[in-house]
Design a binder for this molecule. Structure first.
Ligand code: LLP
Length: 438
């Protein structure tokens, strides 16, 4: 297998054909837009598969047991959970809904981790009914609730405690999770209480390990060294309660390229480095190697995905900018308005037309001034052009809405010149399906 994983914003199979048109997965994107309409979420299967292989290959030298779970919050779609499970990844679900998607995809409970900082009793029951293999428990309230509930089941649920490592990864405030002031995970004093609870011989829960997730869209590996050391400290604290920590879960967080100048580490190299931190810590402390678990989301699906839009109206603000409006926007990609996220765009069929490329702004169609997808896209674009916004595979459909009552786009998976529809376009009927008395 080649070492080259994707560190660009475009999918691995993206290339320009002889006439200079972009194609992906051997598919003609103009034909795709014709057939499925726009906006359209598109995924390149070869990129998804490569990302999974890279994670597994990166872990292959780790001498202990290991496992990768896809953090399905990044792209919670049945066909995707199924494909990634077939690629030998487990699925991490963070709500009853994500759990339902994984179950619908046929993922067995033994390959599902259930995460979330405020799981309801109903959600916990749903997970127990499905024989979920691992509960990532976030606090004492959940620990006691799960323990109560599990008395009515014939098996002991396996519990991994999410700890708050107090590590500050440099990323956007909203997607940073490991710092001290965070709603996630056990803080130090609560952790002691949890260890005491789990060490009680009558406790109906099976203590398995510790998890820490320090944030998302991270390019540095150093915070993971601190995380590994922190988790080993806690593993030793657990041993003081007579608890054996079988598993350490270092969460997700590896970033991707959204722009050409972004420079994330390649998946395999990143994973090897993290695994080496764990090996080092175990060696320095003369401890056995734990099962090493990772739960990536964005780096599995992010650059495999892109969105096709059709350009509609145009507005020139003389001396300031030219707005090009597309047929989607913040409902299908809320990341620019939420995080100020930046994206790279290309025209499917770029042509020299002598158009001004200065200050071309790609705007969405919502009644909201902030509904801007890309400022200064630098494209020679005009009405009816087909536009690609790259790297929209993660947290775009996942966080999409029906704002202004826009039906969600369809989603297709490309492979070897074939396009498979994995989610149909929503209809107006879908928009009112949950309303009563109409
Ligand atoms: N594990 C846990 C416990 C998490 O909370 C997350 C993401 C992951 C794994 C996966 O992280 P990843 O590998 O995708 O970085 N909506 C934001 C991202 C929020 C991430 C939430 N947690 C965005 O669009 O940037």
């Amino acid at each position: 297998m080649s070492q080259a994983s994707n560190t660009t914003p475009r999918p691995l199979s993206a290339s320009k054909n002889a006439s200079g048109q972009w194609q992906v997965g051997g598919c003609d994107l103009e034909q795709l837009a014709e057939r499925f309409g726009t906006p359209l979420y598109v995924l390149d299967r070869s990129s998804l598969e490569r990302a999974c292989q890279d994670y597994l290959a990166g872990l292959s030298d780790y001498p202990g047991p290991k496992e990768v779970f896809f953090a399905s919050k990044a792209l919670p779609v049945v066909a995707i959970d199924r494909l990634l499970h077939e690629m030998d990844l487990g699925i991490e679900a963070s709500s009853g809904g994500e759990l339902f998607v994984a179950i619908t995809a046929g993922v067995p409970g033994s390959r599902i981790q259930f995460n979330g900082n405020n799981k309801s009793l109903q959600e916990l029951k749903e997970a127990l009914d499905h024989g979920v293999g691992r509960f990532l428990v976030d606090g004492m309230g959940e620990l006691t609730a799960l323990s109560e509930l599990s008395k009515s089941y014939s098996f002991k649920p396996s519990v991994t405690l999410r700890v708050n490592p107090g590590i500050d990864a440099h990323t956007h405030d909203f997607i940073r999770t490991g710092q001290v002031d965070s709603k996630f995970g056990f803080s130090d004093d609560q952790l002691e209480e949890a260890f005491g609870f789990l060490a009680n011989k009558d406790c109906p829960l099976d203590y398995r390990g510790l998890q820490g997730h320090i944030g998302s869209q991270i390019f540095e590996v150093e915070p993971f060294r601190l995380l590994a050391a922190f988790l080993f400290d806690k593993l030793q604290a657990a041993a003081g309660f007579g608890l054996e920590t079988e598993e350490l879960n270092l969460g997700g967080g590896l970033g991707i390229s959204y722009l050409c100048e972004d420079n994330p580490p390649p998946i395999q190299a990143f994973v090897r480095k993290i695994a080496s931190f764990v090996v080092e810590e175990a060696k320095n402390r003369a401890l056995p190697l734990p099962r090493l678990v990772l739960e990536p989301g964005r780096s599995i699906v992010g650059t495999a995905g892109f969105t096709l839009y059709r350009v509609g109206n145009e507005k020139k603000v003389p001396g300031i900018r030219r707005y090009l409006m597309v047929d989607g926007g913040m409902p299908d990609n809320p990341r620019p308005i939420t995080y100020g996220a930046q994206y790279l765009a290309d025209l499917v069929s770029p042509r020299e037309r002598g158009l001004d490329t200065e200050r071309v702004t790609i705007a969405g169609k919502c009644c909201e001034s902030g509904d801007i997808l890309i400022e200064d896209a630098g494209l020679e674009a005009c009405k009816d052009d087909l536009l690609i916004v790259w790297a929209t595979g993660a947290y775009c459909f996942a966080m999409s809405s029906n704002y202004n009552r826009l039906p969600r786009p369809a989603m297709v998976l490309l492979e070897n010149g074939r396009a498979e529809l994995i989610r149909r376009r929503e209809t107006y009927d879908d928009l009112v399906r949950a309303e009563v008395g109409i």
